[in-house]
Design a binder for this molecule. Structure first.
Ligand SMILES: CC(C)(COP(=O)(O)OP(=O)(O)OC[C@H]1O[C@@H](n2cnc3c(N)ncnc32)[C@H](O)[C@@H]1OP(=O)(O)O)[C@@H](O)C(=O)NCCC(=O)NCCS
Length: 178
């Protein structure tokens, strides 16, 4: 059964969250939330947001990270690049996103992704951001991001992107300065 948005809370990782019980099936992501996420937060390398159930606030069901990044116009497809300058394009990177395997295919990945895009749109009112980029780890992750409209970036890292404007259109909100 799909999870209902209202039953899920998304907040910054804090010491009370139980990071050790999280298992998504990808060992590097499990290790990340267990061993590195707190340090990344402390060093301001990434903001780590976790999803819990409203009535079980310490049990992590999923998480994502957000950091500032940039891409070059040459990595973007021509229909997007032609509207952009040649210098680096400001981006927000969803560096990691994972869902506990017990909650897979219940819509939580989509809830996390929408929240990350929403937060990026809010941040972009102050610091300009043109695109959201993601680092899919495998074909299943690519299929997941594609299902929300992410497109391939050119380049060796096999990243994907969505423009903030496309994200706003999907979420039914407006992008750009208020
Ligand atoms: C990829 C991942 C985040 C998806 O989370 P999820 O909560 O299961 O995804 P959702 O239920 O929101 O799925 C939304 C849509 O994405 C697509 N999708 C999700 N998982 C998929 C998979 N394994 N294969 C193909 N398509 C997939 C489907 O279209 C799905 O819609 P549907 O269930 O109605 O068919 C999760 O499987 C995961 O944590 N995987 C391991 C870590 C990882 O690869 N993270 C991404 C790279 S950092």
């Amino acid at each position: 059964m799909k999870l209902d948005d209202g039953s899920v809370r998304i907040e910054l990782l804090r010491p009370g969250h139980n990071r050790l019980a999280f298992t998504c099936g990808n060992s590097s992501l499990d290790r990340y939330i267990r061993e590195q996420a707190t340090q990344d937060m402390r060093r301001s390398v990434a903001r780590v947001f976790v999803a819990t159930l409203v009535d079980s606030p310490d049990h992590i069901l999923g998480f994502y990270t957000l950091s500032a990044a940039w891409v070059t116009a040459s990595e973007l497809p021509p229909d997007v690049a032609r509207r952009l300058p040649r210098h680096p394009i400001p981006a927000a990177l969803i560096g990691r996103l994972a869902v506990d395997r017990n909650f897979a295919r219940r819509g939580l990945g989509g809830i996390l992704l929408a929240d990350a895009i929403q937060k990026t749109m809010v941040a972009s009112q102050i610091v300009a951001i043109t695109v959201v980029i993601v680092d899919p780890l495998d074909d299943a992750a690519k299929a997941f991001y594609s299902s929300f409209g992410f497109r391939n970036l050119d380049g060796p890292q096999q990243r994907m992107f969505m423009t903030i404007a496309a994200g706003a259109a999907r979420l039914g909100t407006r992008s750009g300065p208020a």
